[in-house]
Ligand binder design. Structure first.
Ligand code: NAP
Length: 408
C-alpha cells in the first residue's frame, strides 16, 4: 500500500515514525503548495492519506463521501481511495482527542472546560467535550469570551490549549496564567514540541494533570491506520508508540558536580544511541568567544551564569540530543524549566575525592565538600533519576539507557 501525509511543511513530522509501528505500508511525505493539492488528489498516486495543516478543509471537495466525524467537524485528516477509485474522507483527530481526555481520567461531565483558540483543533476539542457533557467555553482573542475576561471563568475545571502559543520555536510562552483557576483539575496542551510547555509545567507544579498533544497524535494515527488497512489495530499500540516516541523526542540531560564525568558519559550515550551530543560549556565558549576561566576572572560568576542561562534557552528547545551541562547550572531555578521542557534529567554522581579540579575555576576556589553540600539538594530537585559513575563509560551509559527505558 502507498500511504502518506499531505501537508505544506512536513520536514518535522513524526507521522512516518508513528506509522512504521502501526503497519508495514509505505508512508511518504507529500509536501504540496496549495495550487498543487487538487492535481495531486486527482492523480490517485496513493492508496490512503493523512492530511494536515493547512489542507484539512481544502481536501473536502475532492472527497466523494465523508464519515460522520468528518462531517461534524468540517475537516478531513484521513482519506482512503476505495476500489472504484473514489475517495472517502474521515477525521481521526476526534478519536485522538477523546482518547487524550480519557487518559487524563478527568470526568468532564457537567464541568466547565475552557478551550483556548478557535481554529481546527479547537473545533475538534469542543465537539468531543460537548459529547462528554462538559460545559465548554471557547476563549478567542476576538470573541465574547477572551483573554481580558478570563476571571468570569474562575470555576473552570479543565483547560485545553488549542492555540500554537508555547510551541517550538516560541518555547516558554504561555496563553494563560493558571493562578486564575483555583478549581482546576488539569490542563491538556495539544502541543507536543516541547513535551512540557510553560503551561504544562505550571500545571505540574500545582500538582494537577498535565497532558501534552503526543497521545492525541499517536491515537489519531492508530485510527487512521485502521481506515487505511480496513481492519482494527490494538489499542495497546497507543501507549507503546507514545512511550517510544516520547523518549526518542526528549533530550537526555546530564547534571552533576564539576568533574563527575558528564562529558565522557554523554559521549558514550551519544555513540550508543546515535544521538547528537552537545556540551553546554563548549557551546557557551564558542558562542561567547571566550574561555570559561577568562569570563570568571574578568566578569565574575553572575555574568557567566547569565551566559549559561542564555545557552540553555537555545539548547533546551532541541529534541533528541544528549546534553552535558556545566556543574553549576542547577544554581539558577529558571534553568530547571529550560532543561525540563524537553528533557529527562540524569544526576551523575561520583565520590567527591574522585573529582578533578584542573581548569575548573569554581572547584579550585571553593572547598568541593562545601560546594557539594550546597548543590546536592539542587541536583536532587532538578533530576528525574540519579546514576553513580563508578564503571566504564559504556557500563554507565547502559545503566542510564536501561533506567530511562530508551531501548526495548
Ligand atoms: P489554527 O487553526 O491555526 O488555530 C489556532 C487558533 O489559536 C487560532 O484560531 C487562534 O484563535 C489562536 N491563536 C493563534 N495564534 C495565537 C496567539 N498568538 N495568541 C493567542 N491565540 C492564538 O491551528 P490548529 O490547527 O487549530 O492547531 C492549534 C494547535 O494545536 C497547534 O499548536 C497544533 O500543533 C496543535 N494540534 C495538535 C494536534 C495533535 O495531534 N496533538 C492536532 C491538531 C493540532 P483566536 O484567533 O480565536 O484567538
Amino acid at each position: 500500500m502507498r500511504c502518506g501525509l499531505l501537508g505544506r511543511k512536513l520536514s518535522h513530522s513524526y507521522s512516518p515514525q508513528i506509522h512504521s509501528y502501526l503497519s508495514d505500508y509505505s508512508y511518504v511525505l507529500y509536501e504540496k503548495e496549495p495550487e498543487q493539492v487538487g492535481a495531486f488528489l486527482q492523480s490517485r498516486e496513493f492508496d490512503a492519506l493523512n492530511v494536515t495543516i493547512p489542507y484539512k478543509k481544502d481536501v473536502i471537495p475532492y472527497c466523494h463521501a465523508l464519515s460522520p466525524a468528518a462531517q461534524k467537524l468540517g475537516a478531513v485528516n484521513t482519506i482512503v481511495r476505495r476500489q472504484d477509485g473514489t475517495l472517502i474522507g474521515h477525521n481521526t483527530d476526534h478519536f485522538g482527542f477523546l482518547s487524550t481526555v480519557e487518559k487524563t481520567k478527568i470526568s468532564v461531565s457537567g464541568k466547565k472546560v475552557l478551550v483556548l483558540g478557535s481554529g481546527g483543533a479547537s473545533v475538534t476539542a469542543v465537539a468531543v467535550l460537548r459529547e462528554l457533557g462538559a460545559d465548554v467555553v471557547t476563549i478567542s482573542r476576538s470573541g465574547e469570551n477572551n483573554y481580558d475576561n478570563l476571571s468570569n471563568h474562575s470555576d473552570a475545571r479543565l483547560i485545553v490549549n488549542a492555540t500554537p502559543v508555547g510551541m517550538y520555536p516560541n518555547n516558554g510562552a504561555s496563553p494563560v496564567s493558571l493562578t486564575l483557576f483555583p478549581q482546576l483539575e488539569g490542563v491538556i496542551d495539544m502541543i507536543y514540541n516541547p513535551a512540557r510547555t510553560a503551561l504544562l509545567q505550571e500545571a505540574a507544579s500545582r500538582g494537577i494533570v498535565a497532558e501534552n498533544g503526543l497521545w492525541m497524535l499517536v491515537a489519531q494515527a492508530k485510527e487512521s491506520a485502521e481506515w487505511f488497512l480496513g481492519q482494527e489495530r490494538s489499542n495497546d499500540l497507543i501507549p507503546y508508540i507514545y512511550q517510544k516516541l516520547s523518549r526518542h523526542m526528549q533530550n537526555i540531560i546530564l547534571i552533576g558536580m564539576p568533574g563527575c564525568g558528564k562529558s565522557t558519559i554523554a559521549q558514550a550515550l551519544s555513540r550508543r544511541l546515535g544521538r547528537q551530543l552537545i556540551d553546554a560549556d563548549s557551546y557557551l565558549v564558542e558562542k561567547v568567544g571566550r574561555t570559561i576561566p577568562d569570563i570568571f576572572a574578568k566578569d565574575g560568576e553572575p555574568t557567566f551564569r547569565q551566559y549559561e542561562t542564555d545557552v540553555l534557552e537555545d539548547l533546551g528547545k532541541k529534541s533528541g540530543i544528549v546534553l552535558a551541562t556545566g556543574g553549576g547550572c542547577v544554581t539558577r531555578p529558571e534553568n530547571y524549566h529550560l532543561l525540563h521542557q524537553n528533557g529527562m534529567i540524569v544526576w551523575l554522581q561520583r565520590p567527591i575525592e574522585a573529582l578533578p579540579t584542573d581548569g575548573r575555576p569554581l572547584s579550585q576556589q571553593n572547598n568541593l565538600q562545601d560546594m557539594y553540600q550546597r548543590r546536592q539538594p539542587l541536583y536532587q530537585a532538578f533530576c528525574d533519576c540519579a546514576v553513580l559513575n563508578n564503571g566504564t563509560p559504556d557500563i554507565v551509559a547502559n545503566e542510564i539507557i536501561n533506567l530511562l527505558q530508551l531501548e526495548d
